[in-house]
Design a protein around this ligand. Structure first.
Ligand SMILES: *[C@@H]1O[C@H](CO)[C@@H](O)[C@H](O)[C@H]1NC(C)=O
Length: 188
């Protein structure tokens, strides 16, 4: 279960590396509680939203307009999304600068291209990193908090014990790149 534990560890680290939302973020901890900037307790009610698979695009944009998905999450009573992404999205510029269209073309998923074009025409020609940012922005616009979950390094289904796609010590995880990225994001 090492791989899975590592994945969980990655998830926990990232959950602390919080992010965005309404008022009072980023969140902090106070003893066992999660609190906002005013020290008031915050309870997370999150849905999972997958963006770490091979296309590196949030799933479902082929089915509904982005804002409709965001509003749906909110209206179902959730206040947060655990948005998964592969580390390479931020450490590999040639991946991040592919457009959504190119990414699906590379996977020969032409039906998905047409469907995203129909439901999210403003997203189909964004780069992968811009499309990811558009999803985060849409959450923010709808008062939904986002936990950035660096679920895996290489895009793809997670996890097993020997996919080498977890965190430190795994083949595909490059600690130097991760540290370089963390230093960079600390300066944002
Ligand atoms: C970076 O992304 C490109 C495009 O997807 C890919 O061909 C390349 O193998 C990636 N590099 C690494 C180090 O994963």
């Amino acid at each position: 279960m090492i791989g899975r534990r590592r994945c969980l560890f990655a998830l926990l680290v990232l959950q602390l590396e919080l992010v965005k939302a309404l008022t009072g973020v980023p969140l902090n901890t106070n003893s066992r509680w999660i609190v906002n900037q005013q020290g008031k307790r915050v309870k997370l009610a999150c849905v999972n939203w997958v963006a770490h698979l091979e296309p590196v695009v949030a799933e479902g944009l082929s089915d509904k307009p982005l804002h409709q998905i965001s509003k749906g999450i909110k209206s179902m009573g959730f206040n947060c999304v655990r948005l998964t992404w592969p580390v390479l999205l931020v450490t590999n510029d040639s991946l991040a600068s592919l457009t959504v269209r190119q990414s699906f073309q590379n996977l020969a998923l032409t039906d998905s291209i047409a469907a995203i074009q129909a439901n999210n025409p403003s997203i189909i020609d964004l780069t992968l990193i811009q499309a990811f940012q558009a999803v985060v922005k849409s959450m923010e616009d709808n008062d939904v908090m986002v936990i950035l979950d660096n679920h895996v390094t290489q895009p793809g289904w997670c996890c097993n014990d020997n996919d080498d796609n977890g965190f430190f010590g795994d083949k595909y995880f490059k600690a130097e790149l991760w540290l370089a990225f963390s230093m960079e994001s600390a300066m944002w």
